[in-house]
Each structure stands twice: as structure tokens, then as C-alpha cells.
Design a protein around this ligand. Structure first.
Ligand code: FAD
Length: 564
């Protein structure tokens, strides 16, 4: 067949269909460009669709309208203090300036609507830190508006949907987890809403009340439909086409057929990180490593990063991921990533010696990385989560619903296989293969800390952030409780991730840079295809998708000259 029959021409080619990619496509389209979005899998939305959909946007117009006290200066001070000098200062400035503009632009031109939430920054005590309202969550969206396109929307991660049926907003999820006032009424209302959606129930189990990542991607997808922006599923980006040092398009594989797509104004790579590429994980990430510990979907295999490297692009942060402790249930495709449960009182994370090695309630990036950082004399990969009957009864933990809703006998067989239960601490230590004297000593210390309310070793519960997901009724410290009532429980936990953090090095306009620091004309990278603007840190909930969307907006504007 004549190659040219398979050629296609647009202004902007966007690779991938996560939140950043769709934002780039919408921005370019609003700016008058002809855009094409290609997606490797048969579902759109990527990990963004499975996620909490939270975005960390300081000083947004939504927050200002609510009278929240924030400013450009506070946000920049905070980022400079948390991220440090690992990232070029002009990228941090670009983020602080462009993130609120991006959100306003989408609010004005698309169906995207967000609300600021009371979610604390992860280091609220640092200069410029805030105790809430920089993280925003998407407003729920009705799947009926997507028509048949709902079927190809990648579903939420199972850990974000209660009993596989009931979708929750972030605010509802927190009320449920911390058993805040009114949580039972809220749960009943949610269940009623679900069962009374007769057309939805006739179609299947999946809720049509889209929240979190599905609300974000549902809203962006509908906005693309409004503007007739084509989205080609089952179309995998393979290589960049370069002419005279400029990227002019890409070679793709569409359902087994090779095609060339020429992009007059630029190619924007939003193809995610490399968390599902075993070879790259082994080459770059700390060891041991496994894609089985990643909460992300399977299609992010570093294709954009590798293609960039092939044409001389520089990379950075390749040894970093968005770490989080994770519980893997054999036979279930993705692990449960422990974002919040570690703050509940009575949960201990210990190494082979039965000793704690970090503050369990600290932000998940640090908590996940602490398994590697402390994997010394006493191994902590895997580590072990230890808790007692009281914790089990009251709080959820990964695949375990709280005991009042899912007692031990009712747990699925696969979950029972990984949950160790024992009448004594010694017996539990034996079952887990950890040092019994060490574990006993750790538990005794913890029980004393539960009484005093202070953890002199790791300062659990000292930060406002730690307490955010703690049990507010638990005194004196919402994050520290005794581990004293038999039976005792233990479960293995791994240094999981929600995507990788390293990728193509970009400048403040998201242009991909060569080793010599010059930009490759025509090529942009966003989201986890680019090296994170947050360096090795995680300043607040939503600092992966927030920057992906912000720099998608920035890249599109630069490519089509909307800045001029
Ligand atoms: P993705 O959203 O994964 O999009 C990449 C897309 O590119 C995918 O659809 C993929 O199929 C496609 N693709 C890959 N290769 C190719 C190719 N060769 N050709 C064409 N297409 C390709 N982060 C937050 O900021 N806030 C949150 O609230 C949040 N909650 C989370 C909750 C969970 C349970 C998980 C697992 C993650 C969460 N994260 C959150 C992390 C966040 O989801 C990811 O870091 C983010 O979505 C990555 O965005 P991305 O655009 O880089 O990749």
C-alpha cells in the first residue's frame, strides 16, 4: 500500500489521553488549532481516570471566591522550601503562575468544574504551607452525558469505589474513613442514589455518578466531544519523525497498521511514565522492584521517554517514582495503594527485626520510599503492617473493609491468604517471620505512646497533615492508638507507586531539552513523560495531575503561539 494513503496531517498531535493530554488538546482547539489525540489502549483516560482526580492548584479562582487566604508569594515560598533546588526555579514559577490560569481557562471554555477541598498540604508547617484549599477535586459528573463513550472510559481503581459500586468524592471518602459526624446518613444517601438509578442498574454494576478521576476525564472527554476533537483509541505512538532537527510528526501503529501523522505545530507527549516496563524499572529504580506494586494501569511503558531519548533528549529523576506503600493481593491485577489508612491509630509498620523505621502517618511518597531508605541490616522490603482486633473492627486497610462491615470470615479467599492472624504477638511474629522480641518491644513502646499522645521516635501525629486522616475521636493523638487486643493481625506491604516521576527534561514551557540545554523544536512532554516539576518531593495531593494539566495548557499555548 502507498505509504501516503496512511498519512494524516494535523496542527497538534497529542499522545495519550490522561488529564494533561486532554487539557493540551482542549487548549489547542480553543486556540483554533486542528488537534488529534491518540491513545494506545482501547480505553481512554489513563491512570488519571483511575485516580482521585485531585489537582494541587494554589491561589485558584475557586479558592479566592471562597475567601481562602493564599497568594502567589506563599505558594512559591512553599514550593521553593519543599522542592528545593532540584528543579529549575523558572519551572516552579511557571507552575505557580500558570496553574490557576489553566484552571480558570478550563472553567471558562470547557465543562470542567472543580471545588477546593479542606485537604492539607503535605508539609503545612513549612513556610508558605497551608492547611487546606490548594487541593481541588472535580465536581461529580453524570455518565449519561457521555452516551456510548462511557463504555471506553477507563474505570476507577477498585480502591476508590466502595464495594465496587458506590462512588465517592474526596470529601465523602474522608468522612467515611474518619467516621466524621453524619457519615452514616451520607452512606445511606449514596446507596439510595445508586440503587434508584434504574437505567444505570439495568445496564450493569458500574455507577453512573462519576467522581474523582472518572469525573475529571468524563468532563474533559465530553468537552472534547463538544469541540469535535478526534480521539483515536488503539493507536500506539512508536517513534518521532524528525526533519532538519525539528519534530514534525510521529509514526504510530493503529490496530496493526503503521501510519505517519504529521503535526505542523508540535507533538505533545503525554504517554505516562514507565512504571509498567520491567526492563526500565530494573535499569533505573531502586531494587528490588516490581510493576506488580504499581497502582497505575498497564499501558504506561515509557514509550514517550524512550522515543525522546532516541532523538537526543535529556532525562532527569529516572530513579524516582511517586512512591506509596502498597498491599498486593495475588491474582488481583493492581495493588491497593495506602494513601490515608496509615494515619488511623493502632497501625504499625515494622521491618524484619520487628522494629518501626518511619512515621506511619507521613505523606505517602516518603512512607513508600522509607521501605527502601531503611532496607539495611533489617530488611524492610517487604515490610509488615501490624494491628490488633480493635483497629481491624474500626478502620479499613487496603483490601480489608472495616471489620464491622466485613468480618474476617467474609473476606475473599485471596485476601485471607495474605492476612496473618494470631492469638499472641509471638505467634504473629512467627507467622510473619519477624523477630518476636523486637515486635513485642515495638508494641510496648507504641502502647505507651498511645497513652502519652507523643511518639518521640518518629513524631507520628505531630504534623497537621498526619492528623488529617487520623481518627479525630481518638485522644490524645488521633494517629496513635494501642495495639493490645487479640487477635493480632499482620500483612506484607511493599514500596509501591502510582507512576514514575522521571522522564524527559523540559523547560518552563514544557519544551523537551537536549543534553546541551537547548530545546528540540516541535516537541513537548507533560505528565509523567516529563521529569516532575516537583523534583523528588510530593508537596500536596494533586501534584501529579495538577502539573500534567498545567503544562499541557502551557505546551499547547506555546506550540500554537497563543502566548504572543
Ligand atoms: P496517564 O494518565 O496514565 O495517561 C497516559 C496515557 O498514555 C494512558 O492512557 C496510556 O494508555 C497512554 N499511552 C501510553 N503509551 C502510549 C503510546 N505509546 N501511544 C499512545 N498512548 C500511550 N495524582 C494526582 O495528582 N491526584 C490524585 O488524586 C491521584 N490519585 C491517584 C489515585 C490512584 C489510585 C492512583 C493509582 C494514582 C493517583 N494519582 C493521583 C497519580 C496520577 O493518577 C498519575 O500520576 C497521573 O494520572 C499520570 O498522568 P499522565 O498523564 O502522565 O499519565
Amino acid at each position: 500500500m502507498n505509504d501516503q494513503l496512511n498519512d494524516h496531517q494535523v496542527d497538534i498531535l497529542v499522545v495519550g489521553s490522561g488529564g494533561g493530554a486532554m487539557t493540551a488538546a482542549l487548549t489547542a482547539s480553543v486556540g483554533g488549532a486542528e488537534v488529534l489525540v491518540i491513545e494506545k489502549s482501547d480505553q481512554y483516560g489513563g491512570t488519571s481516570a483511575m485516580s482521585g482526580g485531585g489537582i494541587w492548584i494554589p491561589n485558584s479562582h475557586y479558592a479566592r471566591a471562597q475567601g481562602v487566604d493564599d497568594s502567589r508569594e506563599d505558594a512559591l515560598t512553599y514550593l521553593k522550601n519543599v522542592v528545593g533546588d532540584r528543579v529549575a526555579p523558572d519551572r516552579l514559577e511557571a507552575y505557580v503562575d500558570e496553574a490557576p490560569r489553566m484552571l480558570k481557562f478550563l472553567a471558562d471554555n470547557t465543562r470542567l468544574e472543580y471545588s477546593p477541598v479542606a485537604y492539607s498540604d503535605y508539609y503545612p508547617e513549612k513556610p508558605g504551607g497551608k492547611q487546606g484549599y490548594r487541593t481541588h477535586e472535580p465536581k461529580p459528573f453524570h455518565a449519561g452525558k457521555l452516551g456510548r463513550d462511557f463504555d471506553a472510559l477507563r474505570p476507577q481503581h477498585r480502591q476508590t469505589v466502595v464495594q465496587g459500586r458506590f462512588t465517592m468524592t474526596m470529601a465523602e471518602g474522608r468522612a467515611f474513613l474518619t467516621q466524621a459526624d453524619g457519615w452514616k446518613t451520607m452512606l445511606v444517601k449514596m446507596m439510595l442514589g445508586y440503587f434508584l438509578d434504574i437505567p444505570g442498574r439495568l445496564k450493569g454494576k458500574r455507577s453512573r455518578r462519576l467522581t474523582l478521576g472518572n469525573a475529571l476525564i468524563g468532563r474533559l472527554r465530553k468537552s472534547m466531544m463538544d469541540r469535535d476533537i478526534p480521539l483515536w483509541l488503539n493507536t500506539a505512538f512508536k517513534e518521532l519523525i524528525v526533519e532538519d532537527g525539528k519534530v514534525v510528526g510521529a509514526l504510530v501503529d493503529q490496530d496493526g497498521t503503521e501510519r505517519r501523522i504529521f503535526a505542523k505545530k508540535g507533538v505533545i507527549l503525554g504517554a505516562g511514565g514507565f512504571e509498567h516496563n520491567r526492563e526500565l524499572r530494573e535499569k533505573y529504580l531502586p531494587q528490588p522492584t516490581s510493576a506488580d506494586w504499581s497502582g497505575s494501569q498497564d499501558n504506561n511503558t515509557g514509550d514517550g521517554i524512550v522515543a525522546g531519548q532516541k532523538i537526543g533528549a535529556a532525562t532527569d529523576l529516572m530513579d524516582w517514582a511517586w512512591w506509596a506503600p502498597a498491599i498486593k493481593v495475588p491474582g488481583i491485577d493492581r495493588p491497593w495503594v495506602l494513601f490515608a489508612e496509615r494515619s488511623s491509630p493502632g497501625l504499625l509498620m515494622v521491618n524484619k527485626a520487628g522494629q518501626r523505621f518511619s512515621n506511619e502517618a507521613q505523606p505517602y511518597l516518603e512512607s513508600g520510599y522509607s521501605l527502601y531508605a531503611n532496607d539495611g541490616g533489617a530488611p524492610s522490603v517487604p515490610a509488615f503492617l501490624v494491628f490488633d482486633a480493635t483497629f481491624r473492627k474500626k478502620y479499613p486497610l487496603g483490601p480489608l473493609p472495616p471489620g464491622y462491615a466485613g468480618p474476617d470470615a467474609s473476606l475473599p479467599r485471596k485476601v485471607k491468604e495474605i492476612l496473618h492472624i494470631a492469638d499472641t504477638v509471638e505467634e504473629l511474629a512467627d507467622k510473619l517471620g519477624v523477630d518476636a522480641a523486637g515486635l513485642k518491644d515495638t508494641i510496648e513502646k507504641n502502647n505507651a505512646y498511645a497513652q502519652s499522645g507523643s511518639d518521640p521516635e518518629f513524631h507520628r501525629g505531630d504534623s497537621f497533615y498526619d492528623a488529617y486522616y487520623g481518627d479525630q475521636r481518638n485522644a490524645p493523638n488521633p494517629c496513635i492508638g494501642p495495639c493490645a487486643e487479640a487477635p493480632f493481625y499482620g500483612i506484607e506491604v511493599y514500596p509501591g507507586d502510582i507512576g514514575t516521576k522521571g522522564g524527559l527534561l523540559v523547560d518552563a514551557k514544557s519544551r523537551v531539552l537536549k543534553e546541551d540545554g537547548t530545546a528540540i523544536p516541535g516537541l513537548y512532554a507533560i505528565g509523567n513523560t516529563s521529569a516532575s516539576v516537583m523534583g523528588t518531593t510530593y508537596p500536596g495531593a494533586g501534584v501529579t495531575i495538577g502539573p500534567a494539566m498545567t503544562f499541557g495548557y502551557v505546551a499547547a499555548r506555546d506550540a500554537i503561539g497563543m502566548n504572543e
